[in-house]
Write a protein that binds this ligand. Structure first.
Ligand SMILES: O=P(O)(O)OC[C@@H](O)[C@@H](O)c1c[nH]c2ccccc12
Length: 266
């Protein structure tokens, strides 16, 4: 599907337009990264489902916003058993900031993923993080850097790289680009609809040796078990933990999911 960028939802087009305009930081980042696979293994050995909890104050697909202090949220997520955290740094559509990521990373000792729409090498030089997200689909557009070059540039700076895919063809591109951590996003960026069947299907194309993450649309302990049965080494969960508009306890929201394989289910 090479018309991909032409077929995206208007919200996503607007995110990309903003991302194209954003420059980099300046000084080259040198990250001293906390290992993501090691964090997953630790969780697993302690009987917790390896989970990346995402601090996403708002998004184009959520109603309302969560205004609690992100550092407090981060600490509660770790208390709830999150193996790692993800922090949106996109300012215009997700309420994120690099400063938030910096503060969160100082406050916790788990790996922190920088979630943003990186299209150019210079945009890697914004803030130190343990893992950086690269989205295959957005790096197919004209005027963006080559995926393989960006993976290499990120690693040169000390980042681990999570390469996000949505189709089998994108998985192939990710692997060719040297990805060793691959995410399959259940959310379709054309319609913004979520289908957990996406992970079940696309994960088949991912080699065993790769660390595989199921992203988006995971709400219940049963969803967790479903993704794990389909081969997920770890899960990335935002909305179900942030519970936008409500005022629920994010530690409890996290624990419900990290305990999905140990609790007696009724
Ligand atoms: O809130 P959810 O459905 O649990 O999804 C989390 C995460 O997967 C989602 O926020 C996401 C996946 N890929 C992205 C790329 C950019 C921004 C956000 C995302």
């Amino acid at each position: 599907m090479d018309d991909s960028v032409g077929a995206i939802a208007p919200e996503v087009a607007s995110i990309l337009a903003a991302a194209r305009e954003r420059g980099g930081g300046g000084e080259r980042v040198a990250a001293d990264a906390r290992s993501l696979p090691a964090a997953f293994e630790r969780a697993e050995s302690e009987g917790r489902v390896p989970l990346i909890a995402e601090i996403k104050p708002t998004s184009p697909t959520t109603e309302g916003a969560r205004t609690d202090d992100p550092v407090a949220l981060a600490e509660r997520m770790v208390e709830g058993g999150a193996a790692a955290l993800s922090v949106l740094t996109e300012p215009d559509h997700f309420g994120g900031s690099a400063r938030t990521l910096e503060r969160v990373r100082e406050a916790v000792d788990v790996p922190v993923l920088r979630k943003d729409f990186v299209l150019h090498e210079a945009q890697l030089d914004v803030v130190e993080a343990d893992v950086i997200l690269l989205i295959v689909r957005f790096l197919e557009a004209e005027g963006t850097d080559d995926l393989g070059d960006l993976v290499a540039a990120a690693r040169d700076r000390g980042f681990q790289v999570l390469v996000e895919t949505h189709t089998e063809a994108e998985v192939e591109r990710a692997i060719e680009a040297g990805a060793d951590i691959v995410g399959v996003n259940n959310r379709d960026l054309a319609q913004l609809e979520v289908d957990l069947g996406t992970f079940e299907r696309v994960s088949e194309a991912v080699p065993e040796s790769v660390t595989l993450i199921a992203e988006s649309g995971i709400h219940t302990p049963e969803d967790v078990r479903r993704m794990r049965r389909a081969g997920a080494d770890a899960l990335l969960v935002g909305s179900a933990i942030m519970d936008h508009g409500a005022d629920t306890d994010v530690a409890a929201n996290t624990r419900r999911l990290t305990n999905a394989e140990t609790e007696t289910q009724t």
